[in-house]
Design a protein around this ligand. Structure first.
Ligand code: ADP
Ligand code: MG
Length: 284
């Protein structure tokens, strides 16, 4: 896992977002989105969007349905190629990258609609997140003899890493359960585990709490903050629940019809008249 720059006591992991304790721990800009525009035929999904993400912060992206939030994450992780604009990640600037390159650079994501293998166990789903980290090839893995001991050693190391994630997410009881049989809230937690298995520096979460009940949302909020605190992972989070956003994020970007209409601390964004009218207009 990533080294933790500045270990903190568990008490500080409580949702004290926006507080000095969290703000002081933000580092330099790790990810910068500059003048991104994305069109699908006549639809302008994103228009001239710029914002930055600081190392170790929880950065939220909010906005009404269709505002362009998922498209923004898809540009960051190379699923969509914007017609205009650039993305700088740890000092390197790109106008086009594919998803694999982005993943290799340490950016993982979860999807708005779960992308898990429903028939496979929790353990195997999380293990699938480690594919990028596997150095030995399939041929070596198939040849289980002493000459190829490295493959087995590597697999054991991967299994240990996955078991640590399972413990961390408190899903030990379901290790062998096919994911499709778990309640939705737990499936979302497994999806987070799959992304964590990549040991990302930046984690992109697309509505990790959508469809959850209050208790599940509280659990997921806690896990997100724990990942942020314990692994030092930078989090970019799309979320609809304004209470959650206000509780756990350091800074918020607001999109509406593909344009950025707000950017700042949760309190500043909440007081922004343009943001208020965008939300009132859609009836959130
Ligand atoms: N693959 C695509 N093809 C065509 N239009 C798309 C595609 N992805 C997103 N869009 C359009 O871009 C706009 C923004 O969508 P999206 O990024 O999913 O918004 P949000 O996540 O904020 O709800 C919408 O009008 C949507 O229909
Ligand atoms: Mg979306």
């Amino acid at each position: 896992m990533n080294t933790v720059a500045e270990p903190i006591a568990p008490a500080a992991a409580a949702p004290a977002a926006g507080g000095d304790a969290r703000r002081r721990r933000q580092g330099d800009v790790i990810l910068e989105v500059k003048n991104i525009s994305l069109r699908f035929g006549g639809v302008k999904a994103l228009t001239d969007i710029s914002f930055d993400v600081r190392e170790h912060e929880v950065r939220a992206i909010i906005g009404p349905n269709g505002a362009g939030k998922s498209s923004m994450l898809n540009c960051i992780n190379g699923v969509y190629t914007p017609q205009e604009g650039r993305i700088t990640f740890r000092g390197q600037t790109f106008d086009h990258m594919n998803s694999r390159q982005v993943a290799e650079m340490g950016v993982a994501r979860t999807f708005q609609n779960l992308a898990l293998f429903k028939g496979m166990s929790v353990l195997d789903n999380i293990m699938s997140g480690r594919n990028l980290k596997m150095h030995t090839n399939i041929f070596q893995q198939a040849m289980r003899n002493p000459w190829f001991g490295a493959a087995e050693r590597e697999e054991n190391a991967h299994r240990e890493a996955v078991e640590r994630i399972i413990d961390f997410l408190e899903i030990q009881a379901f290790r062998k359960t096919p994911v499709g049989r778990l309640p939705y809230g737990l499936q979302k937690r497994v999806d987070l585990g799959r992304a964590l298995a990549m040991e990302p520096q930046v984690l992109l979460l697309d509505e990790p709490m959508a469809g959850m009940n209050v208790e599940e949302k509280q659990d997921m909020s806690r896990f997100i903050l724990d990942v942020n605190d314990e692994y030092g992972t930078t989090i970019v989070l799309i979320e609809h629940d304004m209470g959650v956003v206000m509780d756990i994020s350091d800074r918020v970007v607001v999109l509406d019809y593909g344009k950025k209409i707000g950017d700042g601390t949760p309190d500043a964004v909440r007081a922004n008249p343009e943001v208020i009218s965008a939300y009132l207009g859609v009836g959130h």
